[in-house]
Write a protein that binds this ligand. Structure first.
Ligand SMILES: NC(=O)C1=CN([C@@H]2O[C@H](COP(=O)(O)OP(=O)(O)OC[C@H]3O[C@@H](n4cnc5c(N)ncnc54)[C@H](OP(=O)(O)O)[C@@H]3O)[C@@H](O)[C@H]2O)C=CC1
Ligand SMILES: CC1=C(/C=C/C(C)=C/C=C/C(C)=C/C=O)C(C)(C)CCC1
Length: 318
């Protein structure tokens, strides 16, 4: 039935025909991380690692011998995945710790626990994300997309930054999206209280991921810590859980959508590839540097977002 609907559209609507074949070509030329780097003795944190892109990223890093922390809001789901990764990779150093990015207390507790038990952190992958949630707020009163996708990771990164610097060379990968092109930082409506659209709220938060990456790269110059933002591609995952339209689209076009394992490739490329330090602050898609929107290249907005984020989270503005 799905194949029938697809071929009906392709056969009878020439525009869709052209679009789908060019999209198809693009999807099929998706990047692959070719790094052979092994990671014994290295410590990695992946947020949202119990499913989707995060799970596949964590699995690959465990396969290379790293000690991998799965930072998950649902510890039970995390434990099941940790067992699965331990079995498939033979690496027992896959650990689950509770992290709910929609609650700054949980983020602080995660960081405190991690810093108490680990002397190093070589790679932080800020992967967790929510998309198209009905209007809701985090425990601290932030709009859910901005709160989880941007502010949660902003705070987590700040709390772990000294450890990353002590462990240099180290890397931070922020999983953003092509959707950032539709994003805007409305400083007068950062919590969506004046107007709210679930899809745009996601786009705004993904733009914030890129602005954060660029500002962080500027501030970390010379520290040995580098940072990259990533568009993983359009990937079959649970991200579409809040939208029946998107679930339908993903189902209809599932032939052209990447698997989570393919979706993990660009994060892995940025975390592992040797010689990438010179490209700190850049955005990547299909394992190549990718173009970002004019908003995402605006240093003034990036600096202001940094200051506003510090202010909202009670961090000192430096
Ligand atoms: N799939 C796609 O096509 C695309 C994805 N991306 C980005 O890729 C990243 C990974 O998404 P993907 O794997 O597709 O989606 P999934 O929904 O499959 O995975 C998202 C992960 O984030 C976790 N998460 C959600 N909310 C919180 C929270 N409050 N605290 C901690 N963890 C949380 C989820 O945990 P739980 O299972 O408990 O809900 C889950 O582990 C996201 O940042 C997304 O924006 C970007 C472009 C396209
Ligand atoms: C038009 C079109 C598609 C739609 C793509 C969309 C809608 C992508 C959305 C991506 C998002 C939301 C990423 C998350 O960050 C498909 C399914 C690829 C198939 C070919 C035609």
């Amino acid at each position: 039935m799905r194949v029938g609907v697809f071929f009906f559209l392709v056969y009878f609507v020439p525009e869709i025909d052209e679009l789908s074949f060019s999209v198809c070509r693009k999807m099929l030329s998706s990047g692959v991380c070719t790094s052979t780097v092994q990671l014994p003795g290295k410590v990695v944190v992946v947020t949202g690692a119990n499913t989707g892109i995060g799970k596949e990223t964590a699995k690959d890093l465990a396969q290379r011998g790293a000690r991998v922390y799965l930072a998950c809001r649902d510890v039970e789901k995390g434990e099941l995945v940790a067992k699965e990764i331990q079995t498939t990779t033979g690496n027992q150093q896959v650990l689950v710790r509770k992290l709910d990015l929609s609650d700054t207390k949980s983020i602080r507790a995660f960081a405190k626990g991690f810093l108490a038990e680990e002397n190093h952190l070589h790679v932080l992958i800020n992967n967790a994300g929510v998309m198209m949630c009905p209007y809701s707020k985090t425990a601290d009163g932030f709009e859910m997309h901005m709160g989880v996708n941007h502010l949660g990771h902003f705070l987590l990164t700040h709390l772990l930054l000294e450890k990353l610097k002590e462990s240099a060379p180290s890397r931070i990968v922020n999983v953003s999206s092509l959707a950032h092109h539709l994003g805007r930082i409305h400083f007068h409506n950062l919590q969506g209280e004046k107007f709210y659209n679930a899809a745009l709220a996601y786009c705004h938060s993904k733009l914030a991921n890129i602005l954060f990456t660029q500002e962080l790269a500027r501030r970390l110059k010379g520290s040995g810590v580098t940072t990259y933002s990533v568009h993983p591609g359009t990937v079959q995952s649970e991200l579409v859980r809040h939208s029946s339209f998107m679930r339908w689209m993903w189902w209809l076009f599932s032939f052209f959508i990447k698997t989570p394992q393919q979706g993990a490739q660009t994060s892995l490329h940025c975390a592992l590839t040797e010689g990438l330090e010179i490209l700190s602050g850049n955005h990547f898609s299909d394992c190549h540097v990718a173009w970002v929107s004019a908003q995402a290249r605006n240093e003034t907005i990036a600096r202001r977002l940094w200051d506003v984020s510090c202010d909202l989270l009670g961090l000192p503005i430096d």
